[in-house]
Design a binder for this molecule. Structure first.
Ligand code: PLP
Length: 401
């Protein structure tokens, strides 16, 4: 008998971003005179929208008076925010959700891992490769590590993941995608929904970047596809939508139609299980934060959010255009704040990462850190300051490699 969850011992020790941080630290101490520009960060740099700041000030004042003070809130989140999400994020896309299908979270990362609590330890898991590492590690922690299979997204399949050959119980899809910055068409997403319904599989759909979608025909939610409520949980986040990376708020959608069969043949509602899990292990997102999130849906809030997203996408358009003009092969970056750059001259991801750091003082993220199919790519993010993105492109343009 072991005291610990030994599945933690199966985890890969060197977490991608700490390895990068270590290399950057070393480089900076060796070259203190050079200005390092990070195109690797997955964090935003623009401040919170003014509407959120005002809402938070007001909510803080409420907390200071006995009449308006709030203690523990509902574990599922306040009705005002759940209603706003149903009304502004989903209804305009033809997706009608009850507020009891919307669970306010402290961000998508937590629920990405937490969702494993209601899933069988013996389930097989499929995820696109390259992939957001949290899907892998949280499943390893839950004992599903040996049953993880990768669905490659690469040049050979035109960067379109193919349905698994056999049966997979749980499938993670993330669109717009981190790290590739690519999106999924309605037709392709329908194939996954049809597969999941046929196979009685569960799709965990991570829509953390949906606010970045610019093309009208790209789905923002999996529930825009008929039948998806029967087979999918959707994760959403205000982190990249409205600069909430430090504020912490998102939501998880678990439709009432979503059921699974227990080993003794009972039909079980996942909404009920998730609610039970949340009531036991979560005491809600702070009131002040939920008021900030609600403010995103006000007319001013929406405008301010749009302007921040436009700023980042302006970075993306500029970098993508410059890189393409220089002859680099780049993908993504049109409906997402990530650019997937093919390393030139057949270089490996880490080799090209090192070269850009050593010669140009530019930090990227090696694609292979997101999975084997990321080899030969690096990820650039559009979350930097415009001046820094421009300077990085100037350095690449002047580079004699
Ligand atoms: N999902 C994906 C694909 C992400 O890239 C991130 C953050 O980088 C998250 C979820 C986590 O978001 P949050 O800040 O809401 O926890």
């Amino acid at each position: 008998m072991s005291l610990i969850n030994e599945h933690f011992l199966e985890l890969n020790d060197s977490y991608l971003f700490s390895t990068i941080a270590g290399k950057v630290r070393e480089y900076k101490s060796a070259h203190p005179e050079r200005k390092v520009i990070s195109l690797g960060i997955g964090d935003v740099t623009r401040p919170l929208p003014q509407a959120c700041i005002e809402a938070m000030h007001k909510a803080v004042d409420e907390m200071g008076h006995a009449e308006t003070f709030r203690g523990y809130g509902p574990e599922q989140g306040y009705e005002f925010l759940r209603k706003a999400i149903a009304e502004y994020d989903f209804a305009p896309r033809g997706v009608m959700l009850g507020t009891d299908e919307i669970f306010i979270s402290d961000g998508a990362k937590s629920d990405c891992g937490n969702i494993g609590d209601i899933l069988g330890a013996g389930c097989s898991v499929g995820m696109t490769d390259p992939v957001y590492p949290v899907y892998v590690d949280s499943n390893v922690m839950g004992g599903r590590g040996p049953r993880i299979s990768y669905l490659p997204v690469n040049e050979a399949n035109g960067f379109v993941p193919q349905l698994p050959q056999g049966h997979i119980d749980i499938i993670y899809l993330c669109y717009p995608n981190n790290p590739t910055g690519l999106v999924i068409s309605r037709e392709e997403l329908k194939k996954w929904v049809d597969y999941a319904r046929r196979e009685k599989s569960l799709i965990i759909y991570d829509a953390a970047y949906e606010a970045y979608i610019r093309h009208d025909d790209i789905p923002h939610s999996i529930y825009e596809i008929e039948g998806a409520k029967e087979c999918a949980i959707e994760l959403r986040s205000y982190s990249k939508t409205a600069g909430f990376t430090g504020q912490r708020c998102g939501c998880t959608i678990v439709p009432k139609e979503l059921t699974a069969t227990s080993s003794d043949g009972r039909t079980v509602s996942l909404n009920r299980l998730w609610n039970r899990r949340q009531c036991t292990k979560f005491n809600g997102t702070p009131y002040v934060t939920q008021r900030a999130a609600e403010a995103i849906y006000s007319p001013e809030g929406r405008e301010q959010v749009r302007s921040t997203i436009d700023y980042y996408m302006g970075n993306s358009d500029m970098m993508k255009g410059r890189l393409e003009a220089l002859g680099y092969q780049v993908r993504g970056g049109e409906d997402a704040p990530y650019i997937w750059l093919k390393t030139p001259d057949g270089r490996g991801s880490w080799e090209f990462f090192d070269l850009l750091l050593e010669e140009l003082s530019i930090v990227t993220t090696p694609g292979v850190g997101f999975g084997p199919s990321g080899e030969g790519f690096v990820r650039l993010t559009a979350f930097g300051r415009r001046e820094d993105c421009e300077e990085a492109m100037e350095r690449i343009a002047a580079w004699k490699r």
